[in-house]
Design a protein around this ligand. Structure first.
Ligand code: GAP
Length: 511
């Protein structure tokens, strides 16, 4: 646990030191759960978005893009259910006056029991060494069985109170589990109340005529209200998808864990419209596709796991999370939801406009079902960044900190370094930058000894260093150094572009 916390602190510090992420309005002491992306952060973020965007809209003939406005007609949120049901259950401790999400209190309590099981397993592994059989231990050890039963009971009761929106039952669950406030140490709890997460704002000049609006809490609704526009103007046939990347806003109560849970964040969402009855097949298809996309980036397949929802959202008939092993444990990175025809039907009813697909072969119209894939840009950023940050001890005993970003996502693709600041080497290096900049984002660096420059680029995440030395003048070649292996290769300047093309092409990565 302490190790995890140290790693997380290192991630936050490194993100600041290398111009990736700053607190919002930091000179005024920041704004809680809001962050700015610095000069390197914005590049990494844009590259993540492009990698997703192209995988959706360029790799699939039947997926098109959209960029809907953040502000939408207020009826949108009535139809979608967000006005009535986009709530978090909150509870206050009367002694500390601290406010908590009731579900998070219960989930954290349950996780602590799980941690105890994991500790027992680690101990038993040490004791029994190769003879240890985890499955058998879990099935027979009385302590593990007792704790697992506690976990299962809590899950059952939590699901019940959530599904029934039973706020009194929620409070009773917290009291029965004897959950205490971490600040006051008491169990002196108020009632549980629902709190709507949407940010409200006003449209219009005068208070009397102003209309109440919301900042969108998800980008998906912009896609649903444009379903007919896009389908008709694009002459699209079912099945087809609409993809969108954009900002979303939620007034999160438990906003913590850096950029993992923010009040302003970005989503990459794709709604895939299918024939009713075929949705669960497409749900499986998109689970596989999204898993493939994640694996293509090489962050480590063991760092991902699926978590099927126990409590389905009001619009879903199947749902799963792709969880990632963040520095604070496995948490949701992406959601895949079978949203049925809930949204289109609700918008039809409230707007009075038809949102249907006309099947020419059958001569009939129907409201399509929807499979949604929804991933937070910021969470993907954190997954990429935290898994890339590595401390290494080298063969000679020295250490280095290296940010092993997938090269296709790295802010700078290459740094061009003259070995010395004289003898015409800077001019050759500058010319290489001039030639490569049309195709790749490259940086010129001549300050300090070349070894220090390598380390600086390693820590910033630049995958290739191109060094110009005295031999370059004779053989028109340079040395390419690979960040992760530190291997060096001599390459003719004329071949640099094709070497980088091969390393960075989407075909190499996405295939
Ligand atoms: N349209 C469906 C939807 O919005 P969600 O599970 O609430 O579903 C989808 O959100 C994704 O958006 C999450 O998996 C997560 O990556 C990201 N996300 C949600 N809330 C977030 C927050 N407060 N900060 C950062 N990312 C968030």
């Amino acid at each position: 646990m302490a190790k995890q916390q140290d790693k997380f602190k290192q991630v936050i510090a490194h993100a600041k030191e290398y111009g990736y992420i700053f607190s919002s309005s930091e000179i005024y002491d920041g704004l809680s759960a809001v962050y700015d992306y610095g000069q390197n952060g914005v590049e990494l973020k844009n590259n993540i978005k492009e990698y997703w965007w192209k995988s959706m809209t360029q790799m699939h003939q039947n997926i098109v893009g959209l960029d809907a406005a953040i502000l939408m007609h207020p009826k949108t949120w009535k139809a979608s259910g967000h006005v009535d049901a986009f709530n978090d259950p909150l509870i206050d401790n009367k002694d500390s006056k601290k406010r908590y999400r009731a579900d998070v209190l219960v989930e954290d309590f349950r996780e602590k029991i799980n941690e105890k099981i994991n500790k027992d397993i680690v101990k038993a592994k040490k004791r029994f060494k190769d003879a240890f059989d985890e499955e058998q231990y879990r099935a027979t050890n009385p302590n593990v069985l007792r704790r697992q039963k506690q976990i299962d009971d809590i899950t059952l009761r939590l699901t019940e109170v959530q599904n029934d929106n039973d706020l009194e039952g929620f409070r009773q669950l917290i009291i029965d589990l004897d959950i205490k406030c971490p600040v006051s140490g008491t169990a002196n709890w108020t009632d549980v109340k629902q709190f709507n997460l949407m940010f409200a704002t006003k449209l219009g000049a005068s208070a009397e005529s102003a209309t109440d609006l919301y900042l969108r809490p998800e980008t998906a609704q912009g896609i649903f209200v444009n379903f007919a526009n896009v389908q008709k103007t694009g002459r699209l046939k079912i099945p087809f998808g609409i993809a969108q990347i954009g900002k979303a806003f939620r007034n999160e109560i438990v906003a913590r864990q850096f950029i993992f849970r923010q009040r302003e964040f970005e989503q990459m969402e794709m709604q895939f419209f299918v024939k009713p009855g075929e949705e669960l097949e497409w749900f499986d298809y998109w689970k596989t596709q999204r898993q493939h996309w994640h694996n293509s980036l090489g962050l480590g397949e063991d760092n991902y796991r699926f978590h099927d929802h126990e409590k389905l959202a009001h619009y879903a008939n199947a749902a799963t999370d792709i969880e990632f092993n963040f520095p604070f444990g496995f948490k949701e990175l992406e959601g895949i939801h079978s949203r049925t025809d809930f949204d289109l039907k609700a918008h039809e009813e409230l707007s009075g406009k038809k949102l249907q697909f006309f099947d020419h072969e059958k001569g009939e119209s129907y409201v399509p079902y929807v499979i949604e894939t929804s991933i937070g840009v910021d969470r993907m950023f954190l997954a990429v960044f935290s898994s890339a940050l590595t401390d290494e001890t080298l063969k000679d005993g020295s250490t280095r900190t290296v940010l092993k970003l997938p090269s296709v996502l790295a802010p700078y693709k290459a740094a061009v370094l003259p070995l010395l600041k004289r003898d015409g080497l800077p001019e050759i290096a500058q010319q290489i930058v001039e030639d490569l900049k049309w195709d790749f984002k490259v940086i010129y660096d001549e300050k300090d000894a070349v070894g220090r420059r390598y380390r600086r680029q390693d820590a910033a995440g630049t995958p290739f260093c191109i060094t110009v030395d005295h031999d370059t003048k004779e053989d028109k070649s340079v040395t390419i150094r690979y960040r992760d292996t530190m291997e060096q290769k001599r390459v003719p300047i004329s071949e640099l572009k094709s070497v980088l093309d091969q390393e960075l092409s989407y075909k190499t990565w996405l295939k």
